[in-house]
Design a protein around this ligand. Structure first.
Ligand SMILES: [Zn+2]
Ligand SMILES: [Zn+2]
Ligand SMILES: [Zn+2]
Length: 183
C-alpha cells in the first residue's frame, strides 16, 4: 500500500473539491474551462463534433508513458461517470482503450479509472499504460471474457484492468488506480 500512501495527500485537496462541490465548468462558456481540473473538458471541445472517443497523451511531464482514452461528451463528467454511462457506449470506450493500450504495450498493457474521491480532472477519462510488475493481487478481482462484461460498481470506486490469458482481470473497489501503470 506504499503507492496509496504517497499519492493520497497530493491528490486529496483538488479531488475533494470535485467530489464535494462538483465543477463550475460549462462548455458553452470557455472561460469556465480554464481551471486546471477542467482542462480535459477543454480538450474534448477541441475535437471534431462527430468524434465519440478520442485519445490524448497525458499532459504531465512526470508521466511520459501515459495516454488517456476519453469520450467527447461531458455527460459523464464528475461522480459516478462510468456507472451513469450506457452499457453500449461504455463497452465501445473499453474496446477502444484496450486496442490503443495493446498497440502501445502488447500484452503488458493496463487500464485504470480512478475513484471519485481521488480524481483530479472532472472530464471522464481512462488511463492507458504499461502494467507495473508486482501489482497483481487477488483482492476484489474478477475474471471476465471481454469489454462488454467489465463490471461497474455504483459506489464511486475505481478499477484497473489487464489481460489474463485470453480473458481480462478487473480489479475493483480501489480509489487510486492509475498507480499500477508505469508513469
Ligand atoms: Zn470541470
Ligand atoms: Zn467535460
Ligand atoms: Zn490482476
Amino acid at each position: 500500500m506504499i503507492r496509496l500512501f504517497l499519492l493520497a495527500p497530493l491528490l486529496s485537496f483538488q479531488a475533494q473539491r470535485i467530489a464535494e462541490v462538483g465543477c463550475p465548468c460549462d462548455p458553452a462558456k470557455p472561460e469556465t474551462m480554464e481551471l486546471r481540473q477542467c482542462s480535459l473538458c477543454a480538450e474534448a471541445e477541441r475535437q471534431p463534433t462527430d468524434v465519440e472517443i478520442f485519445f490524448l497523451r497525458d499532459a504531465s511531464p512526470r508521466k511520459p508513458n501515459r495516454w488517456l482514452a476519453l469520450v467527447r461528451t461531458h455527460d459523464y463528467d464528475g461522480a459516478l461517470g462510468l456507472a451513469r454511462m450506457p452499457h453500449r457506449l461504455r463497452t465501445r470506450l473499453w474496446e477502444a482503450a484496450i486496442r490503443k493500450a495493446r498497440d502501445l504495450w502488447g500484452e503488458e498493457w493496463g487500464l485504470a479509472y480512478n475513484g471519485d474521491q481521488v480524481r483530479t480532472q472532472c472530464h471522464l477519462h481512462v488511463h492507458i499504460g504499461k502494467l507495473l510488475k508486482g501489482v497483481e493481487t487477488d483482492r476484489a478481482v474478477r475474471v471476465v471474457n471481454g469489454p462488454a462484461e467489465i463490471p461497474v460498481l455504483k459506489d464511486g470506486s475505481g478499477l484497473w484492468i489487464h489481460p489474463h490469458g485470453r480473458k481480462l482481470h478487473v480489479h475493483l473497489k480501489e480509489q487510486i488506480c492509475e498507480t499500477v501503470l508505469m508513469r
